[in-house]
Ligand binder design. Structure first.
Ligand SMILES: [Zn+2]
Ligand SMILES: [Zn+2]
Length: 180
């Protein structure tokens, strides 16, 4: 977890309002008391996170069998989700974390059903975001010399991996892209 900047805090506050208003407008949640979600502090993940886009952190000592909204210490979002081009996906990630904060601990069938209630676009952009974050944080590109496919990675392949498309052994090339 990193301490958010002033601008990040403004975006996080805006996302929180947007998602809570949207949840109130969804039939399913009209009966639920969403106001405890208002009090959960939002923060940001480390910039070089790639697979994790959001995390709900419960207080140490919280009873794991019966997690309550008041036991949530923070919800952290990936800092790159705060740019407007990712706004729709950022809202979905925060909705997903709010589902955890409401006591849904596991990604089980019931959880996925709740996720699918989200009626707004952007829910399907997770893979795209992961790929982009991998490209940004990659030191190496594993390059296929046959079909020119590139796999951005943090470590060298050292001739241990093959292209998923054509099975050629992949070659390590330094990734020159600026990290930001
Ligand atoms: Zn989750
Ligand atoms: Zn290939």
């Amino acid at each position: 977890m990193a301490k958010p900047s002033v601008q990040q805090n403004q975006r996080l506050a805006q996302l929180k309002q947007d998602v809570l208003v949207q949840m109130e407008s969804m039939g399913h949640w009209s009966q639920e008391n969403l106001s405890p979600l208002q009090n959960i502090p939002l923060a940001v993940l480390r910039k070089n996170a790639t697979q994790r886009h959001g995390v709900t952190r419960f207080r140490r000592g919280a009873r794991t069998t019966e997690l309550k909204t008041k036991d949530v210490e923070t919800i952290d979002l990936h800092p790159n989700l705060l740019s407007m081009e990712w706004n729709d996906y950022a809202r979905f990630v925060l909705y997903h974390e709010y589902l955890h904060a409401l006591g849904n601990r596991f990604h089980d069938t019931a959880f996925h059903q709740l996720e699918q209630l989200w009626p707004f676009p952007g829910a399907d952009r997770g893979r795209e975001f992961t790929q982009l974050m991998r490209q940004k944080s990659a030191t190496w590109l594993w390059v296929c010399t046959t079909c020119d496919k590139k796999y951005p990675r943090k470590r060298k392949a050292n001739r241990r991996f093959r292209c998923r498309t054509c099975s050629t052994i992949l070659t390590d090339v330094p990734n020159m892209q600026e990290v930001n």
